[in-house]
Write a protein that binds this ligand. Structure first.
Ligand code: NAD
Length: 455
């Protein structure tokens, strides 16, 4: 099939690559000319394991192309995916300006029957707004091309995005049940047939329910994390090891073992903004989501837990200390720094006068860019932030190590070397990577999340 992807970011590029991989002819469109230039020159603007190779294969086979030409994009695809960003607006609601701009562009240029698929995470009712925006542009052109708007939320996880897309747990899509909607549903089933071969993964529903499913999924996952973080904070005070509790409850199939890890808060481009957007939708309908408001408040507080532990141990004035920080991306296997807990921690340490030497296996370039923006008004603080080329280089001579992201590379360091490199054998671990007993045996003072480390 001929597919156009509008918005060539984390979701759009992965979607485009995977649909090309299954034989479709894909044209990826973006307004960011630098991204398209990079892609046309063989580069990849984001880090995602396996993506570079998949793009190379499909570029070579002539199945994927990149352009800033929206008119060409609207003409090319039988199915047009909208995969642009939906960042939080000032009031927490999803900012739909990019989605609606893409819709208007489609209406300005479409020339035959089209299926328009909302892959961006959008509030319930957005498909209808997209429908109206396209219809208004067609009316302007005095044209009556039929089209149908489908909701097809994306559930991929950054860091495992290709696998998630190629071997999904489920593919949710919502279609209208009028004539165009039925035609659209048939096309969606054909497109996704290669991902649906060994058991039924396609979940077809009405458009509004599909839109809500994405928010409900992220709300559920964020809730598990915040609940575990609250339990961990209690555990640390009362002589309980939250990691033992995690194993104990995760063995219950009604609970399951995923998303039960306590830590220094969730980040990323999805959970924070989607929880906020759902809270906002609910308040507009006078149906407050009290649990989700608490989930958000707990997470905001959890991003400060490492700072609090450091202050409790070393005092409020940290100007005499230098900290090594391992892990900057919001989670492992990505370079994405959006809402990353490392940003909150590093800003707090710098504000208290500390020096920070940071290291991340992949996100260093993005981190330099992001911290330059975050700290642009505080040049003296920014001057105290440096980046190391290797994890042990960051640690050399530091007063303490702070672990913020659970990259595999941090899980089994040479502890003897680590101990020798640190000025003081002191670790604050925001991801519970190490065993307290082993740290004790190594005579490393170890503060983690909910692991009986409180005085
Ligand atoms: P992103 O910021 O990485 O990419 C969005 C792209 O859209 C950018 O490259 C931007 O330049 C482009 N764009 C903006 N307006 C445009 C327009 N009018 N025409 C063409 N291109 C335009 O965002 P993302 O992380 O890929 O997220 C996209 C959507 O998918 C969001 O709604 C997000 O919530 C959702 N989502 C993201 C993930 C994830 O893990 N990143 C997972 C599931 C769902």
């Amino acid at each position: 099939m001929k597919i156009t992807i509008i918005g060539t970011g984390y979701v759009g590029l992965v979607t485009g690559a995977c649909l090309a991989e299954t034989g479709n002819s894909v044209l990826c469109i973006d307004v960011a000319a630098h991204k398209i230039d990079l892609l046309n020159n063989g580069g990849v603007p984001i880090y995602e394991p396996g993506l570079r190779e998949m793009l190379e294969r499909n570029r070579a086979a002539g199945r994927i192309h990149f352009s800033t030409d929206l008119a060409a994009g609207a003409a090319h695809g039988d199915i047009l995916f909208i995969a642009v960003g939906t960042p939080p607006d000032e009031d927490g609601s999803a900012d739909l300006q990019y989605v609606l701009a893409a819709a208007r562009n489609i209406g300005q240029h479409m020339n035959s029957f089209k299926v328009i698929v909302n892959k961006s995470t959008v509030p319930v009712g957005t498909a209808q707004r997209v429908q109206h925006a396209i219809a208004a542009e067609l009316a302007e052109r005095a044209l009556e091309h039929p089209f149908s708007v489908v909701s097809n939320p994306e559930f991929l996880k950054e860091g495992a995005a290709l696998d998630d897309f190629m071997r999904p747990d489920r593919i949710v899509f919502g279609c209208d049940n009028d004539q165009n909607g039925v035609r659209a549903a048939d096309m969606m089933k054909s497109l996704y047939a290669p991902f649906n071969c060994d058991h039924e993964r396609l979940l077809q529903m009405d458009v509004r329910s599909a839109e809500m499913t994405k928010y409900a999924a992220n709300a559920m996952l964020a809730t598990r994390i915040s609940l575990m973080n609250e339990l961990a904070n209690l555990a640390g005070c009362i002589g309980v090891d939250i990691d033992a509790v995690r194993a104990g409850i995760g063995a219950d199939p009604r609970i399951g073992k995923h998303f039960l890890y306590a830590g220094c808060g969730y980040g990323g481009s999805c959970f924070p903004k989607d929880v906020q957007a759902l809270i906002r939708t609910a308040s507009e309908h006078d149906q407050p989501l009290r649990i989700l408001s608490a989930v958000e408040a707990v997470n905001d507080a959890q991003k400060q837990v490492l700072e609090q532990k450091i202050v409790a141990r070393l005092g409020a004035d940290l100007s005499a200390f230098r900290f090594a920080v391992w892990g900057l991306a919001f989670k492992p296997d990505t370079d994405d720094m959006r809402e990353a807990p490392s940003r909150v921690l590093i800003a707090a340490l710098l504000a208290r006068g500390a020096k920070v030497t940071a290291y991340d296996p992949i996100a260093m370039d993005e981190a330099r860019r992001v911290f330059a923006l975050d700290l642009q008004a505080e040049s003296t603080a920014f001057a105290r932030l440096s980046f190391a080329a290797e994890p042990m280089q960051a640690v050399e001579g530091a007063d303490a190590l702070v672990v913020v992201t659970e990259w595999n590379a941090f899980k089994s360091p040479d502890f003897q070397l680590l101990r020798a490199q640190l000025k003081t054998p002191l670790i604050f671990d925001g991801r519970n990577l190490y065993e307290p007993a082993a740290m004790n045996a190594l005579e490393i003072e170890y503060h983690a999340i909910g692991r009986t480390d409180e005085p």
